[in-house]
Design a protein around this ligand. Structure first.
Ligand code: AMP
Length: 210
């Protein structure tokens, strides 16, 4: 199964991707996590992406398309994958098509902007493994430390209030048109992304199995 999770930053794509990944036994590929990892390792790509990321802007298409092409060529993607945070522009979706990758479904997790703003400002991520938590909705059982690896939980630089607004406006302008792109292809499934994680998961699974 080749799935795309669409939705604004903070819509819960990462959480749902993790759950689906375990259930379907296919990897999740998050361009955001790949870029953050590259940045941590001080690679040229990471450094190039940093200023865009910190400002809440999208990294240029050619950079992320290169990342995804390389990642999807790996062996673990042979039986399918879940894309979290890619594509984010119509040219990125077209690039996937041009690579000959046939997506089964694009599941759009729909959440109102006000809810997103609240969620992102409470988000905490593990600086070691990238696992995501929320101070109210999904606190770590280990307090300020990651449940999975014990790493410190921190606020992402791009989760600062002014950057959140910028990311939402970039989302509406550049990423939302993908809904029309996949609708036209008959692959779009829209799921309301508000409520408990379990409720949203049930709707996402229903869409995957439809
Ligand atoms: P995310 O963790 O998915 O919210 O991504 C964090 C940041 O990484 C975004 O705000 C962008 O700056 C960059 N990024 C991640 N994926 C993409 C993409 N597909 N296209 C452009 N920029 C991206």
């Amino acid at each position: 199964m080749k799935l795309i999770l669409l939705g604004a930053p903070g819509a819960g794509k990462g959480t749902q991707a993790e759950i689906l990944s375990e259930r379907l036994n296919i990897p999740t590929i998050s361009t955001g996590n790949i870029i953050r990892e590259a940045l941590k390792n001080g690679t040229e790509m990471g450094l190039k992406a940093k200023s865009f990321m910190d400002a809440g802007q999208l990294v240029p298409d050619d950079v992320v398309i290169g990342i995804i092409e390389e990642r999807l060529a790996k062996d673990d993607c042979k039986n399918g994958f879940i894309l979290d945070g890619f594509p984010r522009t119509v040219p990125q979706a077209e690039a996937l098509d041009q690579m000959g990758i046939i997506i089964d479904k694009a599941i759009d997790i729909d959440v109102a902007d006000e809810v997103i703003e609240k969620r992102l400002s409470g988000r905490r991520v593990c600086e070691k493994c990238g696992a995501s938590y929320h101070i109210d909705n999904k606190p770590s059982a280990k307090g300020d430390l990651c449940e999975k690896c014990g790493g410190a939980l921190v606020i992402r630089k791009d989760d600062r209030p002014e950057t959140i607004k910028q990311r939402l406006s970039v989302y509406h302008e550049q990423t939302e048109p993908l809904e029309g792109y996949y609708k036209k292809a008959g692959k779009l499934y829209v799921v309301k992304g508000e409520g408990s994680v379990a409720e949203i998961t049930a709707k996402v699974i229903e869409a995957v199995e439809a």
